[in-house]
Design a binder for this molecule. Structure first.
Ligand code: SF4
Ligand code: SF4
Ligand code: SF4
Length: 179
């Protein structure tokens, strides 16, 4: 078993958007839509303020409302890495999952199915890195197996402070931001 996760060092991200471009290209994401994106947030207290730049995407939650609400079972948890996926030909485009996601990570593809980040499962199930991680020029993105205590992602979470987005939503997200 494996539990895939992404660990992102916000101190090293420069907001270059190479990860966004790589994802669009790798996954043929249609014009006007994105599977990953950049947000900024001002952190700290006056006068000690800094800007956190975050690359965001589906969090591949362990308690995913998008899966629980799907009427057809198209949205599901994959048996590799706990990745949340959509079976395109079982999706009826009802948008229940889009509305349920606290991260606004999903959209309806022009071909009629719900779409979002897949943690590049076509690459990661073969042991390769997601496209976004592979191109990041500052190497601030890390991907691996949280069930392996020797993995880079496990070691980073054991040695650094971090946060997740919207923890109060109770979705148990698996994209972590080192601070
Ligand atoms: Fe940040 Fe890396 Fe994405 Fe550039 S490629 S915006 S440095 S995460
Ligand atoms: Fe579902 Fe949204 Fe969690 Fe992704 S981030 S698994 S789309 S609830
Ligand atoms: Fe896009 Fe793949 Fe990165 Fe997800 S893991 S944001 S699908 S490139």
């Amino acid at each position: 078993m494996a539990r895939f996760a992404m660990v992102i060092d916000t101190r090293r991200c420069v907001g270059c958007m190479d990860c966004v471009v790589a994802c669009k290209t790798e996954n043929s994401v249609p014009e006007g839509f994105n599977r990953d994106w950049i947000t900024t947030a001002v952190k700290g207290k006056m006068p000690d303020l800094h800007m956190e730049i975050r690359t965001e995407r589906c969090n591949h939650c362990s308690n995913p409302p998008c899966v629980h609400c799907c009427p057809t079972g198209a949205s599901h948890v994959h048996d590799i890495g706990g990745v949340v996926l959509v079976t395109h030909n079982e999706c009826i485009g009802c948008k229940a999952c889009v509305a349920s996601c606290p991260y606004d990570a999903r959209f309806i593809h022009p071909d009629g199915y719900a779409d979002k980040c897949t943690f590049c499962i076509h690459r990661t199930e073969k042991g390769e890195l997601p496209a976004c991680v592979s191109v990041c020029p500052t190497h601030c993105m890390h991907f691996g197996d949280l069930d392996n205590p020797e993995s880079e992602v496990s070691k980073l979470l054991n040695s650094r402070n971090y946060h997740v987005n919207h923890p109060a939503a109770g979705t148990e997200p698996h994209v972590y931001y080192l601070t």
